[in-house]
Design a protein around this ligand. Structure first.
Ligand code: SF4
Length: 250
């Protein structure tokens, strides 16, 4: 299957079945989304949604967060991953928002990335979700799923994945494709054990084709048989070795 065809099937399927995919992070304005996305690095959206209500209530604006301390912010986010660093980033980000950007979340990727805790992925999420810019953020799900489906080839870094997705996806789908890939990765194309047997897009997935060909399945079966034989052999050798030890003691 040609790469372009695979992209076409991907866009067709998700446009039809998930036309309204959005982020699962809860937020009420650009500032809150920025805070939530910074917190979400290497953490689940579910966990972030548990801590942000109290955090947003205590710090409703960039000014209130900028006037706080990392120690105080820590007490609100202690249950997320890397709370110490994230508390420092949040206060630093809020200070820069107030001092440099008049308390408004900036639109440009370069300006966004000047702020503490804001890398390319976070900047792309803000640019795409808030400002509807033609950008796609590559997180761990997007990286893995795009590679598995075969939307990307030999893309070893998030930036390489981003470039290929931007090159092939229709520009108007870039923003929503980020959510399609994340949601698919979160619920079906799971990192350790993808649910290929129930996956509705397996018919055009490169990984599925590769892992479900007859030769591949035969190899897997042969490996399983060999493993069982090896285990039996090891067990028998253990019994013999124990028996020999017993005899040498006598
Ligand atoms: S078929 Fe399997 S590997 Fe491919 S997208 Fe679906 S779950 Fe992921």
């Amino acid at each position: 299957m040609l790469k372009q065809e695979r992209y076409q099937h991907f866009v067709d399927y998700f446009s039809k079945n998930q036309p309204d995919a959005v982020t699962e992070l809860h937020y009420g304005n650009p500032f809150q989304l920025l805070v939530a996305v910074i917190l979400s690095a290497q953490c689940t959206d579910k966990r972030i949604n548990q801590v942000t209500p109290a955090l947003f209530e205590r710090f409703p604006s960039p000014e209130s967060l900028a006037a706080s301390t990392p120690e105080e912010v820590f007490t609100y986010i202690r249950s997320v991953s890397y709370p110490n660093n994230k508390a420092k980033h949040l206060v630093g980000m809020a200070k820069m928002l107030v001092e440099k950007f008049h308390s408004q979340v900036p639109e440009g990727l370069d300006e966004l990335q000047q702020m503490p805790g804001v890398g390319r992925k976070t900047a792309n999420v803000i640019a795409s979700v808030i400002f509807e810019a033609p950008a796609i953020a590559v997180d761990t799900h997007v990286f893995r799923v795009a590679n598995r489906i075969g939307l990307t080839t030999n893309a070893r870094t998030p930036l390489a994945v981003e470039k290929q997705l931007v090159e092939y996806l229709p520009v108007e789908t870039l923003g929503i494709a980020h959510h399609w890939l994340i949601l698919h990765g979160r619920y079906i194309c799971i990192a350790r054990s993808p649910k290929c047997e129930v996956c509705p897009i397996s018919w055009f997935c490169k990984y599925y084709t590769r892992t479900h060909t007859e030769t591949y399945l035969q190899k897997q079966e042969a490996l399983k048989v060999k493993k069982t034989k090896d285990q039996k052999k090891k067990k028998a050798l253990d019994v013999i070795s124990k028996e020999l030890k017993k005899r040498s003691v006598k």
